[in-house]
Design a binder for this molecule. Structure first.
Ligand SMILES: [Zn+2]
Length: 482
C-alpha cells in the first residue's frame, strides 16, 4: 500500500556548487575553461605537483563576494581555507582547498513565491569558496574499462551555498533554485547552468511527523541536471523514505544518485566526511570596509528592485515588470526598445507574451538569437502602420530570432504584407456578397450575427492578409448601401 504522505513532513536543505565565471582558476593563472580539449589548461599548481604554491585569485574573491551580496549574506570579517582531506583519483593531492571553519559569508536569504503565491524567505546558512576537483572520464580500451583524468576543471573556482533546511516540498526547492539562479546571474558571477554543470545541486531530504522539531537522518541525492530533475528526485525520495518508515526500516545516512531515465534514486555510497585542517599556504582573507563598499557599488540592480523601477517608470502591469526582470538581458532589451520609440506597454506585452515563451521553447537566451532592439522596434512599427497584422507580426518575430535581414525584407519574403489597397479589398467584398445572397438577405432582415460570418469569408478569401479594420469598414459600408 502506498504510504500516507500526510503522516510525514519533508524537510529539505540544498547544497549548491556554483562555478564562478572568472578568467583564471582559483589558485593559478590557467584559464578557467573546463569544457576545452582535455588537459589544455594545467600547470604545476593545478596538477597539484608537490611543492607548488597556490596564489589566490583576486577576481575569484570579488566574484564570490558579489554572489554573497546578491544572496543578502553577511561577509565574514575574516575567512580562511582548510584542507579537506580525502583521496580519490580526481583529487590526487589528497585534499581539497575549501573553507570549512571560516566561510566567506553567513546568513543570507532568497525570496520565493510559495504554492499559494505568497512571498516566503528561505534562509541560507553560509557560502564558502573552494576549488573544483578534476574530472574523471570513463571509457573502454579494447575490452578493458579505463578511467581518464581531465585536469582542466581541477582548481576551477567554486562557491558552495548551503541552505537552512527550510524547504518543505519539491515546489519550494525548485522555486528556490530559480530565484537563486536569477540573483547570481544578475550579479554577473556565474552562468548557473545545471545542464552545463556550472551549477550542481545536492538535496538533503529527511522526513518527520508534522509539528515535531527533530531532524531525522537525512539522505543526500546528487546528479540532477535540471531544476525539474531536482523536483522529481525530491518527490521520489520523499515517497521512498515514507515507505521505509512504514515498513519499520531505519534510514541510514548515505548518498543516492538520481537516474533521470528510470526516474528513481539509487544508493551510491556511505557519506564520507574526512577531516578538515587549516591550510598554511593560502593567506587569510580579511574584509576591508573600503574594498567591500567598492564591491557593493559594482552589484547591478537586482531583479526585485528592477521590477519595481520598471513598473513605476513605464507604468507597467506588475507581473510583466517582474517577468522581464528575472532575466537581466530581457529587461535591458525592453528598455532599449522603448529607447527606440516603442510604446512601453506594447513592448512589455510583446516581450512577455510572445518573445519570452518563444525563448523558453527554444531553450535559448536572448543573446543567442539574432533579434536586436532595433529590429524589434522596426517590426512593431510595421504593425503600427498597419502594414502587417498582429498574427503576421508574431510569425515574423519568431523568424527574426534565427534570421538576418530587416523586418521589411522578412515581411516581403514571407508574403506577410497586409492588403490595405481599397480597390483590391472592394473586389474581395463584392465577390463575397455576390456569392452569398441568402446571408445578405438575412442580414438585412436584422440578423447581426451574419456580419461576422461575411467578415470571416472575406478574410479567408484574402488568405488572412486583409487589413481587418479597413475590411470591416468597407463591408459595413457596402451592406448599408445595398
Ligand atoms: Zn594551473
Amino acid at each position: 500500500m502506498p504510504p500516507d504522505l500526510k503522516t510525514y513532513e519533508a524537510v529539505i536543505g540544498l547544497e549548491i556548487h556554483v562555478q564562478l565565471n572568472t578568467a583564471t582558476k582559483l589558485f593559478c593563472d590557467c584559464r578557467n575553461q573546463p569544457g576545452d580539449a582535455p588537459n589544455r589548461h594545467t600547470c604545476p599548481v593545478c596538477l597539484w605537483l608537490p611543492g607548488a604554491m597556490p596564489r589566490l585569485s583576486a577576481q575569484a574573491v570579488e566574484k564570490a563576494a558579489l554572489a554573497c551580496l546578491a544572496l543578502h549574506c553577511t561577509l565574514a570579517e575574516e575567512s580562511a581555507f582548510d584542507q579537506k582531506v580525502y583521496y580519490y583519483p580526481d583529487l590526487p593531492k589528497g585534499f581539497q582547498l575549501s573553507q570549512h571553519h571560516k566561510p566567506l559569508a553567513v546568513q543570507g536569504w532568497v525570496e520565493i513565491a510559495d504554492e499559494e503565491g505568497n512571498p516566503r524567505r528561505l534562509r541560507i546558512h553560509h557560502v564558502h569558496m573552494e576549488e573544483d576537483v578534476a574530472k574523471l572520464v570513463h571509457e573502454t580500451e579494447g575490452r578493458s574499462p579505463i578511467s581518464l583524468v581531465d585536469f582542466n576543471r581541477a582548481g576551477a573556482p567554486l562557491i558552495e551555498i548551503v541552505t537552512e533546511p527550510d524547504m518543505r516540498s519539491p515546489h519550494e526547492a525548485m522555486e528556490f533554485l530559480k530565484s537563486l539562479r536569477t540573483q547570481l546571474r544578475t550579479s554577473g558571477s556565474s552562468d548557473c547552468s545545471l545542464e552545463q554543470g556550472t551549477m550542481r545541486v545536492d538535496a538533503n531530504i529527511s522526513l518527520r511527523i508534522p509539528g515535531t522539531e527533530a531532524l531525522n537522518t537525512k539522505v543526500e541525492v546528487k546528479n540532477m541536471n535540471s531544476i525539474r530533475n531536482v523536483g522529481d528526485a525530491i518527490a521520489y525520495e520523499t515517497v521512498r523514505q515514507a515507505q521505509c518508515l512504514e515498513r519499520g526500516d531505519s534510514i541510514t545516512l548515505h548518498t543516492r544518485l538520481w537516474d533521470p531515465d528510470q526516474r528513481v534514486t539509487t544508493a551510491m555510497r556511505e557519506k564520507f566526511a574526512g577531516p578538515c585542517v587549516p591550510d598554511p599556504s593560502v593567506p587569510v582573507i580579511r574584509m576591508d570596509e573600503a574594498w567591500l563598499a567598492a564591491i557593493r557599488k559594482r552589484l547591478p540592480e537586482m531583479p526585485a528592485a528592477k521590477a519595481q523601477r520598471l513598473a513605476a517608470a513605464y507604468d507597467l502591469v506588475p507581473q510583466q515588470a517582474v517577468a522581464m526582470s528575472q532575466e537581466p538581458d530581457v529587461a535591458d532589451f525592453f528598455e532599449a526598445a522603448v529607447g527606440r520609440g516603442v510604446a512601453p506597454h506594447q513592448a512589455a506585452a510583446w516581450i512577455t507574451t510572445h518573445l519570452m515563451p518563444a525563448l523558453r521553447d527554444r531553450n535559448q537566451a536572448l543573446g543567442e538569437t539574432r533579434l536586436t532592439p532595433d529590429r524589434f522596434a522596426g517590426l512593431l512599427s510595421l504593425l503600427d502602420q498597419e502594414r502587417i497584422h498582429a498574427g503576421a507580426a508574431r510569425e515574423v518575430l519568431l523568424l527574426m530570432l534565427g534570421k538576418e535581414g530587416t523586418p521589411e525584407e522578412i515581411v516581403a519574403e514571407g508574403g506577410f504584407l497586409q492588403v490595405s489597397d481599397a480597390a483590391e479589398l472592394e473586389t474581395l467584398v463584392d465577390n463575397v456578397l455576390a456569392n452569398h445572397p441568402t446571408d445578405v438577405a438575412d442580414f438585412r432582415k436584422g440578423n447581426p450575427k451574419v456580419f461576422g460570418f461575411l467578415m470571416g469569408l472575406a478574410m479567408k478569401a484574402s488568405q488572412g492578409k486583409a487589413n481587418p479594420r479597413r475590411l470591416k469598414e468597407l463591408l459595413s459600408e457596402r451592406l448599408k448601401n445595398l
